[in-house]
Design a protein around this ligand. Structure first.
Ligand code: KIV
Ligand code: ZN
Length: 521
């Protein structure tokens, strides 16, 4: 079968989704998991955007083995130099540069001319090519652009040595037939396109991102840009898991395959959801908790008799079932380490000690600690690396007869511990306000969500909080057998994240907000 390359942009386009604030350790953890998943390319970020973005891309380039590592760059020399600086240490580095070819972007966003675009595209690809062999070029908003002009720009990019041409449906406007016709039109106009990889990048504004990507590969594209859980600007990008499982399940009609280890899909999806705070809707295809659940009696009956009566995929193929690691309160450090290793986490030294301590606390409260619990715990531990505030302890008095009162102690970034108390509407409200009072930070709660990691009465609780401060918003998550402890942990993390975002926003001018804003790609 013909192979389609999977280009994952969770850490770049996905990270542009509102409220996501991944720190460097979290980005690295996701990138390592993407490598285990078997993606061909990781777009690790937008290095010019901030020193933090640059460092995260550089760390991934240095530490993640397997996939090509790329960084995004506008068609401008400083962006390209930053992208090169960040990816240069990767075993297989790529620079991805882009410029819009639609008149609407040329006139209103960039306020220049088609001639300027031709010149900038030429100079950008040539500049990138002076640093690395592998250069990807994207004519942004291509699907709303003039086909002949876009072909002209692509021909120039190819003449300068671009190795991948990506055709973005930036605003999720196209339809499958239209997209296929556009790509075919490019092939007809630019014969050299057959000698390089043609790529799709489809947004989901009309819910067609996966369908459009599929239309693209049917007419010859051999790279698909997508993101875990379909994360991305606005309605997001093509969902990696949906596109991959489409080719996997319908290989009979598609005749195409990917290098993805599908059994890693569910775990990757959960990790990304947990670290970004973006919940997976229950009926989401492939990874939603109901994606393999049968409610109606007729369906249940059919599946019991023969699974294929109502299932086109097997839950074990995407890693949703079949992971039967179970530890109990007598399991030792060695068993924990081995179980984590089996799950793909290498945890040693101090991190293992911390994980073991948390594991013991949980195992005391829960009879059985499952693979999903361990995953949640380890991801939760990773969160504690976020610099900023830490939750030391809390006391809460709650009763149906008096308003609940909380007292908390919070560790400040300078090492000092501060205390605060508050009488609130409920125990969680009291804890959250007491944290604000202790830290003196008047953050506003925008979202609050509680989920159970697994089923059963003794399930671990997972809390996600989104806070707003000074025009910035950020999320934080916490996992614990005690829901109040999980909520306090989540709140303090969100507080650290939002304070950091405010600090960075005040210290840097993000080029995405300068003369050529990037909002929308
Ligand atoms: O949607 C878009 O056009 C993009 C480009 C930067 C590839 O994300
Ligand atoms: Zn995009």
């Amino acid at each position: 079968m013909d192979r389609v390359q999977i280009f994952d942009t969770t850490l770049r386009d996905g990270e542009q989704a509102p409220g996501i604030s991944l720190n460097a350790a979290e980005k690295l953890e996701i990138a390592q998991q993407l490598a285990r998943l078997g993606v061909d390319v990781i777009e690790a970020g937008f290095p010019i955007a901030s020193p933090g973005d640059f460092e995260a891309v550089q760390t991934i380039a240095r530490e993640v083995e397997g996939p090509i590592i790329t960084g995004l760059a506008r068609a401008q020399a400083p962006d390209i130099e930053a992208a090169f600086g960040a990816v240069r240490d990767a075993a297989r580095p790529r620079i991805h540069t882009f410029i819009s070819t639609s008149d609407i972007h040329i006139k209103y966003q960039m306020q220049n001319t088609r001639e300027d675009v031709l010149a900038q595209a030429r100079a950008a690809v040539a500049h990138a090519k002076s640093f690395v062999e592998d250069v990807e070029f994207s004519p942004m908003d291509a699907t709303r652009a003039d086909l002949d002009f876009t072909a002209e720009v692509i021909a120039i990019a190819l003449a300068e040595g671009a190795t991948v041409i990506n055709v973005p449906d930036t605003v999720g406007y196209t339809t499958p037939q239209e997209y296929a016709a556009f790509l075919t039109g490019l092939y007809e106009r630019v014969p050299g396109l057959r000698d390089v990889t043609l790529s799709t990048h489809c947004h989901d504004d009309l819910g067609l991102a996966v369908a459009n990507s599929y239309a693209g590969v049917q007419v010859g594209a051999r790279q698909v840009e997508c993101a875990i859980n379909g994360l991305g600007e606005r309605a997001g990008n093509a969902s990696l898991e949906e596109f991959v499982m489409l080719l996997h399940t319908r290989g009979d009609v598609a005749g195409l395959e990917t290098g993805i280890n599908t059994r890693e899909i569910a775990r990757t999806s959960r990790m990304v959801s947990r670290l970004t705070g973006y919940v997976i809707q229950p009926n989401k295809a492939i990874v939603g908790r109901n994606a393999f659940a049968h409610e109606s009696g007729i369906h249940q009956d059919g599946v019991l008799k023969e699974r294929t009566t109502f299932e086109i995929m097997d839950a074990t193929t995407v890693g949703l079932e079949g992971n039967d690691i179970v530890l109990g309160k007598h399991s030792g450090r060695h068993a924990l380490r081995a179980a984590l290793e089996e799950l793909g986490f290498t945890v040693d030294g101090a991190a293992l000690n911390t994980a073991f301590k948390r594991f013991k606390e949980i195992a005391d409260k829960k009879k059985q600690v499952t693979a999903m619990d361990l995953e949640a715990l380890v991801t939760d531990e990773l969160r504690t690396e976020v610099p900023g505030y830490t939750m030391e302890w809390f006391d809460v008095e709650a009763s149906t007869r008096r308003p609940p009162h909380a007292t908390v102690a919070v560790g400040r970034p300078d090492g000092e511990t501060v205390e605060g108390s508050f009488t609130g509407d409920g125990p969680i409200d009291a804890i959250f306000h007491a944290i604000n009072s202790a830290t003196g930070v008047d953050a506003r709660l925008k979202e609050f969500r509680v989920d159970a990691v697994t089923g059963g009465q003794d399930a671990l609780g997972e809390v996600s909080v989104v806070l707003e401060l000074g025009g910035q918003s950020a999320s934080g998550q916490g996992v614990d057998a005690d829901i109040l402890a999980a909520a306090a942990r989540a709140y303090v993390r969100a507080l650290s994240n939002v304070c950091e975002k405010v600090r960075v926003a005040e210290a840097t001018t993000d080029p995405r907000e300068s003369e050529m804003p990037l909002t929308g790609p």
